[in-house]
Each structure stands twice: as C-alpha cells, then as structure tokens.
Design a protein around this ligand. Structure first.
Ligand SMILES: [Zn+2]
Length: 147
C-alpha cells in the first residue's frame, strides 16, 4: 500500500477537524482511535489478501496437476507391442488394458481413447494375446461342432 497509516490518520483527522470542532483535550484520543481503526482495516485487508492468494495458489496447483496428468507416459505409436500394450496414463504394460483402465484410472476404454486422441481401431488387447484368445475361441467352437 502506498499510503501509510500515519499519513492517512493525519488526513482523516484534519478533514474531521475542519468540519467538526473538537476540544484540544480530545485530539489525542481521536487520533488514536482513527489510527487503531485504520490498523484493523489494514489487518482485515491483509488477511483477505492472504486468503485470496491461497485460493490462487491451490487453483494453480490443481491446474498443474491436471496438466501433468495429461502428459502421456508414452507416445501412442510406442504404446502397442506384439506382447503388450503400454498404458499411456501410467506407462505400465498390460496384455489387456480395459480392466486396468477401469480399476486404476476409473475410466472406460472409450474415455481413454478420447483422452489421448487415439483412433477407434486402437487395440486395447496386445496382438499376441488377442491371437491366442481368438484361436481359443475358434478351437472351442470347432470342439463343439465335434470336428
Ligand atoms: Zn495405467
């Protein structure tokens, strides 16, 4: 603040004295009251400033955390391997991603694809695993048909 309490006190006191007659004996008490009130107001203003600053800081922290989380652990083109898929949220490897997304990150595969701008054909199951699963499916189908 550019205006100090003593100079504000002097201004207010003189303005008051110019319109209201005050006995000289009351002047010190009056000045003290003005100074005290100004001090309290400044204290309140300072406290409000601190609260506002804290709010700003916690808002900034939230934004930074969100931005940090938005940075992929791996690039999309480095996330699909024959034997595993790398989770772009946390960088861990999985043969299938859907259950991990749901349990660890609380999102659906669709939300995951949207979050990282992945194409709809993006595999959530490692190619090797998906080949094993479809072979198992075929085998069980063939078995049921008594081949
Ligand atoms: Zn993950």
């Amino acid at each position: 603040m550019s205006t100090s309490i003593p100079s504000l006190t002097a201004q207010i006191t003189m303005a008051y004295f110019s319109s209201t007659p005050v006995a000289s004996i009351d002047v010190p008490g009056f000045v003290a009251r003005v100074a005290l009130t100004l001090g309290e107001l400044e204290g309140v203003a300072a406290a409000q400033t601190i609260i506002e600053q804290r709010k700003e800081v916690s808002k900034t922290v939230k934004i930074l955390v969100r931005e940090h989380d938005r940075v992929a652990k791996v690039k999309a083109e480095r996330s699909v391997f024959e034997s595993h898929i790398v989770c772009m949220n946390c960088g861990k490897r999985f043969r299938t991603l859907a259950r991990h997304l749901n349990q660890t990150h609380g999102i659906t595969p669709a939300q995951y694809l949207a979050r990282w701008n992945l194409p709809s054909g993006y595999p959530l199951v490692a190619p090797a695993t998906s080949a094993i699963m479809s072979k198992a499916l075929k085998d069980s189908y063939a078995g049921r048909n008594g081949r």
